[in-house]
Design a protein around this ligand. Structure first.
Ligand code: UD1
Length: 428
């Protein structure tokens, strides 16, 4: 292991708290009330979750939900596609929540460097090492959620090596360093994009359609079929990086049973925290549907182009499984606690995070119009390259094995986005 070095790039905004500071005194009269386990779960213990890309769209919402669920969080984010003020907003919302609950807000630290900066990473991980009562070193970091990655499909086609370098090589080095520090519970941001053109095949998108070792798969009809590892028809380099990363992590888990790895395949995350304080606020020009709709609503874009009105769907526009980002964020917490409780059915497991229900592009626009009472100018346009007509999750595995399901609706997501526009002063 490298010797610890101070890194300029690592800038914790808050000093790391010494062991025990975040652990409140426990009153014995409360403990013997018969709910010891639950009480302990609800106290911020001196355990941390490391979140890479924790200030991005999904990362920031997950960080907030982790804090609400009493996890201490360390964020690594190089601010390449996010803003520093998101950190303050997460802190504010978490404090407000815990004040209302009468509970102590867990700690949140930011390390503003690239997750690939191995020197800074080792330095950070050293800070969270403690000596166990048997004299061995162990980490206070009990799990990692890895969001940091590039995700612009079109850019990945123009510059694939940038994507393979950051998303794939970065992951390999990151996992190696984590392993050196004995941190082996890992939640990976994957995507429904791994299903590629299977999305148009009409088959229900079950996790078994894309596996990393030979598996027995029970079909819709009840008959059993052996599926080989691999994937069919991934349409772009970004999607391939997600599939390759999953494959690497599956190999890692197979090689070492101490690793517990979950790959979460996101469908289409939309909306924002209901406070309107955390929106989707990328530095890059948005291409996803809802961020573009928001640009049209604020007058920054003249109209929405509806890409494809001739798909084989009810109204001709494409259908997606839009999932509220707060539901998605909570899916990570379900994954983490299932992994840490040792309840995963195998030590590498993939899960779809979706609602199981599709909505069309037209339906989304109309819902937003009804919630905002605003007309959203749009016009029909040709199909966008690489698009599929329909992509909807089968969400049963995550319901059964993670005890997680979505609670929020498309309308909730549209309301939250209107709150975001109000809070940002963009709604007029
Ligand atoms: C995109 C990514 C996918 C990623 C997912 C989640 C592509 C090809 N795929 O999926 O890899 O995992 O986001 O973030 O970019 N639409 C319009 N007008 C617009 C923008 C979008 O009609 O201005 C349509 C699209 O053509 C599509 C639907 O809205 O039919 C959803 O598009 P988008 O939000 O970009 O998500 P996906 O393409 O499903």
């Amino acid at each position: 292991m490298d010797s610890p070095r101070q890194s300029d790039a690592s800038t914790p905004l808050e000093p790391c708290s010494p062991v025990g500071v975040d652990t409140p005194a426990t009153q014995s009269s409360v403990l013997f009330d018969g709910h010891l386990e639950e009480l302990l779960r609800n106290f911020p213990l001196d355990q941390y979750i490391l979140v890479t890309g924790g200030l991005g769209f999904i990362g920031s919402h997950t960080t907030l939900e982790l804090l609400k669920a009493n996890y201490n969080v360390i964020v690594i984010d190089n601010l390449s596609n996010s803003f520093q003020n998101v950190f303050d907003r997460i802190q504010t919302l978490a404090s407000q929540y815990h004040e209302q609950q009468g509970t102590k807000t867990p700690s949140l630290h930011l390390h503003a460097h690239d997750y690939r900066d191995t020197v800074a990473l080792r330095d950070l991980l050293q800070q969270y090492q403690i000596t166990s009562r048997w004299g061995t070193l162990k980490s206070k970091i009990s799990g990692v959620i890895h969001f940091a990655a590039y995700k612009a499909v079109e850019e990945s086609i123009r510059n694939p090596l940038k994507y393979y370098s950051n998303n794939v090589s970065g992951l390999v080095d990151f996992a190696m360093t984590l392993g050196d520090f004995g941190i082996k519970t890992f939640v990976f941001s994957s995507s429904a994009t791994v299903y590629g053109t299977l999305a148009t095949s009409g088959l229900p998108l079950k996790e078994e359609l894309c596996v990393h070792k030979e598996e027995l798969f029970t079909e819709h009809s009840g008959s059993e079929k052996i599926v080989q590892s691999g994937c069919t028809g991934i349409t772009n380099p970004y999607g391939r990086t997600k599939w390759i990363c999953e494959a690497i992590l599956a190999d890692l888990a197979a090689s070492d049973p101490e690793w517990t790895i979950v790959a979460l395949r996101y469908f289409n995350p939309i909306g924002c925290d209901e406070s309107g304080l955390l929106g989707e606020d990328p530095r890059q020009t948005p291409t996803n549907l809802l961020p573009v709709v928001v640009k049209v609503m604020t007058g920054q874009y003249k109209e929405l182009q509806m890409f494809g009105t001739d798909w084989e769907t009810e109204d001709g526009t494409a259908v997606r499984d839009f999932i509220h980002v707060t539901d998605l964020a909570r899916g990570h917490i379900a994954a983490l606690s299932t992994a840490n409780d040792g309840k995963l059915v195998e030590n590498f497991r993939t899960f779809n995070l979706g609602t199981g229900t599709g909505h069309s592009v037209r339906e989304v626009v109309e819902t937003m119009e009804s919630v905002s009472s605003k007309h959203i100018p749009r016009k029909a346009a040709g199909r966008r390259a690489g698009d599929v007509g329909s992509c909807v999750a089968v969400a049963t595995r995550s319901q059964d094995e993670l005890q997680w399901k979505t609670e929020k609706t498309l309308k909730d997501a549209c309301v939250s986005l209107c709150n975001f526009l109000d809070v940002s002063g963009l709604s007029s």
